[in-house]
Design a protein around this ligand. Structure first.
Ligand code: DHK
Length: 154
């Protein structure tokens, strides 16, 4: 990439109830807030030489629209779809349609929790999955995706 090229853009998309971070079940999701998470992602992105578009929504349709908008605009997606992870075939279809590298992140280890959290439709189409590492999972996902983009041919 030439020095004048714009930085690769990674969308960091967060689904329902992640706006409640810091308040919601801190024993599971931690004490830090969504703003803290955004700051960690921004710091990691700067270190890795990528730009991020960090967002949160409680709406399934809005989340799907944001995924669709990534096509031709972003170079990769990091997504924590919250509860839609376990229910949304429509979100899975959107992630398939966008044809980008996708890393699915969960703060908690969904496989250690209730049975209904063990199924992830998103995992069926994601490039990689990180769960159970709290907010560090987002930093690891950004690092991995930035490395992937830097080592890709285009
Ligand atoms: C977040 C949620 O809101 C839950 O619905 C998922 C995920 C787990 C997380 O661990 O980040 O089941």
């Amino acid at each position: 990439m030439s020095p004048s090229s714009p930085l690769p853009l990674i969308a960091v998309l967060n689904g329902p109830n992640l706006n409640m971070l810091g308040l919601r079940q801190p024993e599971i999701y931690g004490a830090a807030t969504l703003d803290d998470l955004e700051a960690l992602c921004a710091e990691t992105a700067e270190q890795m030489g990528v730009a991020i578009d960090f967002r949160q929504t409680n709406g399934e349709g809005e989340l799907i629209s944001w995924v669709q908008e990534c096509r031709g605009r972003a170079q990769g997606i990091i997504i924590n779809p919250g509860g839609y992870t376990h229910t949304s075939i429509a979100l899975m279809d959107a992630l398939l349609a966008v044809e980008l590298p996708i890393i699915e992140v969960h703060l908690s280890n969904i496989h250690r929790r209730e049975e209904f959290r063990h199924l992830s439709y998103v995992s069926k189409v994601a490039t990689g999955v990180i769960c159970g590492l709290g907010m560090s999972g987002y930093a690891l996902a950004l690092t991995a995706l930035a490395d992937m983009l830097a080592n890709s041919d285009d």
